[in-house]
Write a protein that binds this ligand. Structure first.
Ligand SMILES: [Zn+2]
Ligand SMILES: [Zn+2]
Length: 536
């Protein structure tokens, strides 16, 4: 049996594990890669997934970094069942269409930009709304705890991962050559005590454990203080008559923030005249899905409901559906809370809110979720002084805060607790869905506490599973991380600079307007170089 890592290997996005076993081929998750341009270019070539040769897909949960390439695989010929829980299916129906809509809008913008510049052949959308609709037609709903057989010799069960509505930990039993082998894919493991969803469930032991490690190097500090921190952030910008921008995943994080604001309001800690705006059509639809799935809530949320309280209701709450309404928010001054996607500021309406507020002293940007490497969100969390939005450099004058207590992921201690009952003799551990630093820290602790070695695969790596052993086969490094050609680029810049200098002597003889145009262009180049140098 083989497992190949097509994403979430020494990184958190692009989750996809392709398994070859029992004479078949299938994958767990098929997420979108998110980060800078080089990382996201992995989305446009799915040949390594071999979509036509996949027999089925198992989807742990609806987040785009676990599901976002499904329409792309469908476009490239995948037409087999995709198994997930009912809530995941309901969420995917709106999320994949939304993702396709973003792809189409961005492609449209690119094409206009190309035409304005007289260029041809802009990159087409990764996939269209039509592809997304075909993808959701493949969804097959399975219940938690109900074993099912997606293929002969493969038995699967979903357990509640407590991460978002419908999220699952998968346990598979696979018969190969008359031998049973069991595998656990943790999916994203939720944080115990999180609002709304239940705590993560513990699956029975298995031979191989593929475990997420997002927060492998840290615990969430002061989780219980999250509501206080949020109240303080609101009061700070309210006093300065400015906005609080909360970039949030449309699913789960947005509802959790609404729930928290609901509780703050009940305690009289939300200024009565401070509007709360959810500016994400997807978040609005997702909130409706939450309201249709109350049975999946934890006991505390259920108790609120029993008392006839809607945990997502607020007196001053507004949802903005159209982009005109969204734009109007930017021309209205005065304090407000704006919750908008994407959560990592790499796309979507939140970018416009940042553009209009990031340079305002008195405004706040409150991060409530994980920020992947390479995203604008990560740069802000790491205290960037300037940020580039829509091709414009902007000063970061707003207050930037991170509230970890809203995280949808287990912290380090909770990950260890989750693993403890599974850390039995002969069980093998593979760490996925985490940055290398976090994974190394977690691996060291696991070794210390359970005497268990952890394998940390890289992008495109492949491992062979046999009972009691994991054999690692190296990826072709060139394919995983194509080398940057520094020599060529540097020589090119030097060559062109020499040409410029050879012509510069005669610049003083040109007409004054032409000279000042050239001066302006050179000043821009100088500024770009200054920025580049300051980054090194
Ligand atoms: Zn997730
Ligand atoms: Zn994830």
């Amino acid at each position: 049996m083989k497992v190949r890592f097509l994403g979430a290997a020494k990184t958190v996005t692009g989750s996809c594990h392709v398994i070859e076993a029992a004479g078949g081929r299938f994958c767990v998750d098929c997420g979108m890669h998110q980060g800078n341009k080089a990382i996201e270019s992995r989305n446009s070539d799915v040949r390594a997934y071999r979509p036509r040769e996949l027999d089925f897909i198992l989807m742990t949960h609806a987040h785009i970094d676990h599901s976002g390439l499904l329409p792309m695989l469908v476009r490239e010929g995948f037409d087999k069942p995709v198994y997930c829980t009912g809530a995941t299916a309901a969420l995917l129906r709106v999320m994949l269409e939304d993702s396709a809509h973003i792809q189409e809008t961005e492609a449209q913008r690119r094409s206009e930009k190309y035409r304005r510049r007289g260029l041809k052949n802009p990159r087409p959308p990764l996939y269209t709304v039509d592809d997304a609709r075909k993808a959701v037609n493949l969804l097959r709903v399975v219940d938690y705890h109900q074993p099912f057989e997606p293929a002969p010799g493969v038995s699967t069960v979903f357990y509640d991962a407590g991460h978002i509505l419908g999220s699952g930990t998968l346990r598979l039993e696979i018969m190969e050559d008359g031998q049973p082998l069991s595998l656990i894919f943790s999916g994203d493991i939720g944080r115990k005590g999180a609002l709304i969803v239940r705590d993560p469930e513990q699956p029975p032991i298995a031979d191989y454990i593929f475990m997420e490690s997002t927060y492998g190097d840290r615990d969430h500090k002061n989780e219980s203080d999250s509501a206080d921190e949020l109240a303080e952030a609101l009061a700070w910008s309210y006093a300065r008559k400015e906005k609080v921008i909360i970039p949030a995943f449309a699913v789960e994080r947005t509802q959790e923030i609404l729930y928290c604001l609901h509780m703050l309001n009940r305690d009289g800690r939300l200024p009565g005249d401070m509007p709360v705006i959810v500016d994400s059509p997807l978040a609005i639809r997702a909130t409706e899905i939450f309201q249709n799935n109350y049975e999946l809530f934890d006991d505390e949320a259920k108790k609120l409901l029993a008392d006839r309280e809607n945990p997502f209701a607020l007196p001053n709450l507004r949802f903005t559906l159209s982009s005109d309404e969204s734009r109007a928010l930017n021309s209205t001054r005065g304090p407000a809370v704006v919750i908008s996607a994407s959560g990592m500021c790499n796309a979507g309406r939140v970018l416009h809110h940042l553009k209009h507020n990031i340079w305002r002293p008195g405004a706040s940007v409150v991060f409530v979720g994980y920020q992947a490497a390479g995203t604008p969100g990560r740069k802000l969390v790491e205290k960037a002084k300037k940020i580039s939005l829509f091709g414009e450099d902007m000063e970061v004058a707003a207050r930037i805060l991170t509230i970890n207590g809203f995280s949808g992921h287990a912290g380090q201690g909770q990950l260890l607790d989750w693993l403890a009952p599974l850390a039995v003799r002969d069980a093998r551990l593979v760490l996925i869905h985490g940055e290398e630093r976090a994974q190394n820290a977690l691996a060291a602790l696991i070794k210390q506490r359970f005497g268990m070695d952890a394998l940390i695969p890289g992008y495109l790596d492949e491992i062979v599973l046999e009972k009691g052993r994991a054999v690692r086969t190296e990826a072709v490094e060139e394919a995983a991380h194509p080398a940057v050609n520094w020599e060529f680029l540097t020589a090119e810049v030097e060559r062109k600079w020499a040409i410029f200098k050879s012509k510069a002597d005669s610049l003083g003889d040109r007409p004054w307007v032409e000279q000042t145009d050239t001066e302006e262009a050179l000043a821009k180049l100088d500024y770009a170089l200054t920025r580049l140098i300051s980054r090194l």
